[in-house]
Design a binder for this molecule. Sequence first.
Ligand code: ZN
Length: 390
Amino acid sequence: MTTTAVINIASLVTNDPSLGNGTPLGLIRDAAVVIEGDRVVWTGESSKAPATDNAVDAGGRAVIPGFVDSHSHLLFAGDRTEEFNARMSGVPYTAGGIRTTVAATRAASDDELAANVSRYLAEAVRQGTTTFETKSGYGLTVEDEARALRIAADHTEEVTYLGAHVVPPDYADDPAGYVALVTGPMLDACAPYARWIDVFCEKGAFDGDQARAILTAGRAKGLHPRIHANQLGHGPGVQLAVELDAASADHCTHLTDADVDALGQGDTVATLLPGAEFSTRATWPDARRILDAGATVALSTDCNPGSSFTSSMPFCIALAVRDMGMTPDEALWSATAGGAAALRRTDIGGITPGTRADLVLLDAPSHVHLAYRPGVPLVSAVWQRGQRVL
Ligand SMILES: [Zn+2]
């Protein structure tokens, strides 16, 4: 196999605290990375790099791990421009807006859904994302949920069954009947395509008992739990996530002290989604409070047509630093290694020997510029599984 060295890197984020400056980012100055096939095989100071077949000169710029976007909803059709416009003109957001996208998604062809996923994925790669998770949740029938996951599985191994996104209008008078569907025939049809099961545990969606039943049923079929928790108000989601050893509790915007303590003591990652608060003009999650409790924090886009229509991890980093109390180092870690932790992965989210060769070359001397220069397209090159894709 041919080897390629990326040399003359001003600052390299490895996310290995045993390397470089000894911080969680494991920052190495004047660094090089050697790629062989789809893996990183060497990381260190440029002057000590081994001989390779090819070399790419980073030109004194920064290299970071590819972003791990551990929370998106890309299986949808249509958009919600008018809802956004209304909300920004003073109408509060409610979970019911999901139903608009459900109608459009059910009406779309397989090809239309697949083209939509490809389009937003390409958009994400251009902004440095090399791994993404995505969910169903806009079909809400056995057939529509299963086809969403089948299409998603063509694009990523991180596929999440979210039949429990909202109770669809056809079951408005029979939510228990819908939970029975989600935990019965729909689960049977969806489990073969999914790694994860998720539930929107929120007033207006599913309560704690329903969420527990849904996640427990999924676990019995070999799916691992994750939860949309405590986005719009306080609720049982976060503590249920920790209790069930969910990989992630996502949103975590409204937390009691007991919720924060649970996150600090459990293995569940708190995934913060600042695009949602930005796009709904809602209260920011307090990342500082969660980090200070010792919890692991991930940052993700929540890319979806209703409440966070951004595929940009750099944008989320800038928001997290500006408005959620994170340092630039913490935000970068959470958008890479944190996302990997939220997917219970150790082969991505860092740049050390053995990790997948997912690298981003920034048109900047330091990762700090992602927050320091918000809105500027700083992603200059992307390697995914060792292949240069941008
Ligand atoms: Zn979401």
